[in-house]
Design a protein around this ligand. Sequence first.
Ligand SMILES: [Zn+2]
Length: 70
Amino acid sequence: MTRPRSSPGPAADRAAAVPPECAAGHHLAGARVTTDANGVQHARCRRCGCDLTRLPTLRRWYRSGWLGGS
Ligand SMILES: [Zn+2]
C-alpha cells in the first residue's frame, strides 16, 4: 500500500501560514489578556494564533518562549 499524497510535514505548513507582520515580530494581541503573579501579560495573537507574552518593562508582544522562559 502506498500513499499517493506526500506532505512535507506540519512544520512547513505552519511556517507558510505565519503572516509577514508576525514573522517580523509585530503580533496582534487578542482581546483576552491575562496577567500572572509576576505582572507578565499573556494573550493570543489574532493573526497567527500563537501564544504571546509581554513584560511590564516592554511595550511589545513576543511569542511565548522567545525570551527563553523554559
Ligand atoms: Zn502573530
